[in-house]
Write a protein that binds this ligand. Sequence first.
Ligand SMILES: *[C@@H]1O[C@H](CO)[C@@H](O)[C@H](O)[C@H]1NC(C)=O
Length: 353
Amino acid sequence: MAPSSLLIVLPLLTVLDLSTSHPTVNERRQAQLQPILGTAQQTPELSTFYSFFASTGGQSGVPGPALGERFDDPSNQYTLLAPANNAFASISPAFLEALTSVPAYELLLTLLLNYVLPQRLNLDEMTPKTGLEAVGGFMFDIESDGSIQTNEGVTQSAVPIRKQANIVFDQNGRPLTVPASNGIIYIIDKMLDPLITYFGEDAPGQALPPISRQPGTMADILRQHPRLTSLSPLLEQIDPDFVNRLSLYSTDRGVNERTVYLAPSDAAFRVLPSSIAESATSPSNHGANTLLLEFGLGEYVEGSPFVRSGLGFNITIDMGRANNARVQERVCADNGCVWLVGRWLDPLFGAFS
Ligand SMILES: *[C@@H]1O[C@H](CO)[C@@H](O)[C@H](O)[C@H]1NC(C)=O
């Protein structure tokens, strides 16, 4: 992707913006405006971001009903923060493929719902730092210089959380916007990761902790370990099939040796907002939460730089951490190992920076 592609589209967007200030053109444009996702689809600079929405509809080529019907609704107004194509230049294609694959659907859906605010907002209504809640439930703070943070102050992160993206401005200092029939799109310069600011990030350490062994299965460790007292009942309640999977053996001994489950320990729950207990079990969060908790199940070969998550992502193992989480303890049973981790894992960790 050419680094200059954002610059090329700026004049086009500026023209759109200017034209809306002329009444007769404005009226004509109003009549032609599309709903918010259709508008994103017709904006060349948003083709990559729009393709994420379209991927939720599988082979249909249009967004799935969870997004399409919702955001095409003319009786609601929306503000979409849409990363320009340039925002994807440094993101690995393999990662983008994993993110838009079928097993990651709930993750992508959660992510996309958190780029949309459920009102049409002018810039001065969004700034500064007003604590805006996205349709997906995470929080935004937008400063008057256009810098965007998510979930500020929500978690105790050992690594400071920096601003994640900026609203793009034109030469006259006005935000680049695209009007829609039921809202407005603001062009931003990077992808946002509202998970890292919700789960937090542990400080890097040294090596992975040593392995201890016990007979039985990973499910036994989950149920008995004194530092898994938050995770164990939550999984039994929202995802009993997954707990059952942790009790099964493979007929292939190599698979049993490579299998790991990275399990958020009680420490990972303590840094979350207190409302997590009820929200984690609410039906609307079910899909995303089961995905996020199943994300840590994968395969690992001692010394490798990655755990390969069964959902198709690489979990980076570096300086005693798995993605954003410190590995606190490793306990191996007969069908695999449980690694206690100090945070809920962020599948998007490091992908957008
Ligand atoms: C995982 O890492 C391997 C080896 O570096 C790479 O080939 C693969 O594309 C990566 N997958 C994802 C989804 O990033």
